[in-house]
Design a protein around this ligand. Structure first.
Ligand code: GLC
Length: 396
């Protein structure tokens, strides 16, 4: 029987880095030797089970590169000399990228606060959080339709997911190089339009993504609680109202046949590719109980869709684009399992949540802390010593 807690602790120790007064954790020493936004939120959540002060430092380093407009970049290149095969991408910036990632920061901060009730920490980070979520609510929703837009697939955290094929004008089967080429072109366009989010979205990549918006909803609810604790009751009301508006807009523009679909373009064309994203609204309790039950029965428990040997493939096996080995086009990832696990718990699907947890543990005990896993055999693929695998410890 492996000692998962001990292994995770050792992994964290060897992936933590210090620079100047900052500390952060790399997602994988060889493949991803910098700091990434949502990874750091996951790392802080994992660290909160071991050392609360380190969890706080993880968040503080992440916030240290916030832009004047509030955006928090998805990569911070603390060590530009690090040896890696991660591609050199021109973001128009030197030390950071110029795009963001799913806004999990309030959630991670709240988890830390739950453990030690240290108000001085939430007080310290509140202005950064306020500016980040305000940025997303305004700059990423220029028409005030209450859905938050992303301007590059990488902002979803699922870089080459088939949800973005339509917007990238790619067929459902293509190579990773073809996909990267398109995303790098978007980064170049981003620079040319001087990081004007509204212009970039309108002209180059106009997508409202289901997981990003679901994560935003959950995080705004938490931000509202943080504001309340700090006595900012007007802010608390504001953030609560904003998340309600997003939920309404998701129902209006994204929902059809009991599923939430990401949308493309100004007319909100639904992108009907079944990925794990159909389960993301569970995390923010956007579905009714009946809708959740139907979703689980029709898709999670269906061997023709998502019920594979190891739960949970990131793309339905019924999709043309499904590829059991190709990054975000099929394999199991521990972070997506964690989101679905948390969602299932909220709806009291305890047995199913337990199955997802056990699958995640089996994958790691069989194949180690790999980036992603084959949903049929459990074989590990991609980066090694991948830190967010430790999220299994947070499946409680
Ligand atoms: C890949 C993943 C992204 C993650 C990054 C670092 O780019 O798609 O979600 O943040 O690696 O782990």
């Amino acid at each position: 029987m492996m000692d998962l807690k001990k292994l995770t602790f050792e992994l964290l120790l060897s992936n933590r880095r210090s620079v100047q007064d900052y500390q952060y954790t790399v997602p994988s020493p060889d493949s991803y030797p910098y700091q990434w936004l949502w990874d750091s939120c996951f790392h802080a959540i994992i660290l909160s089970h071991f050392n609360i002060e380190d969890a706080k430092l993880e968040i503080l380093s992440l916030l240290s590169s916030q832009f004047d407009n509030g955006l928090i970049p998805h990569i911070i290149y603390w060590d530009k000399m690090a040896k890696t095969d991660f591609p050199q991408i021109n973001w128009g910036k030197d030390q950071t990228s110029s795009i963001t990632q799913p806004p999990m920061i309030a959630y991670a901060v709240w988890q830390i606060f739950q453990k030690d009730n240290d108000k001085s920490f939430i007080k310290k980070v509140y202005p950064n959080l306020y500016n980040f979520y305000r940025y997303l609510l305004t700059e990423r929703d220029p028409h005030q339709n209450h859905l938050i837009g992303i301007l590059n697939p990488d902002e979803s955290g699922e870089d080459n997911s088939p949800r973005f094929d339509l917007a990238l004008r790619l067929p459902s089967i293509h190579t990773i190089d073809e996909n990267r080429q398109k995303r790098f072109e978007l980064a170049d366009q981003n620079i040319k339009c001087n990081f004007d989010a509204s212009f970039c979205m309108r002209n180059f990549f106009w997508v409202k993504d289901v997981p990003f918006n679901s994560i935003m909803v959950e995080n705004l609810k938490i931000l509202s609680q943080i504001a309340e604790v700090l006595g900012h009751s007007e802010d608390a009301k504001f953030f609560l109202r904003e998340q309600e508006k997003i939920v309404e807009a998701m129902k209006k523009f994204m929902f059809e046949d009991n599923l939430f679909w990401s949308t493309f373009g100004k007319d909100y064309q639904k992108i009907k590719v079944k990925t794990w994203a159909i389960f993301a609204p569970l995390f923010a309790q956007i579905l009714s109980k009946d809708q959740a039950k139907k979703l689980v029965d029709d898709y999670l428990l269906n061997p023709k869709e998502f019920k594979t040997e190891f739960l949970l493939p990131t793309v339905s096996i019924s999709e043309d684009s499904f590829d059991k080995q190709a990054l975000w086009r099929g394999p199991v990832w521990i972070a997506t399992n964690w989101f679905v696990y948390k969602g299932l718990i909220k709806y009291n699907f305890l047995d199913l949540a337990e199955q997802i947890k056990q699958s995640s543990i089996s994958l790691i005990s069989q194949s180690g802390f790999r980036e992603h896993f084959d949903p049929f055999t459990g074989e590990g693929y991609g980066a090694r010593n991948f830190t967010w695998g430790g999220l299994v410890l947070d499946m409680l």
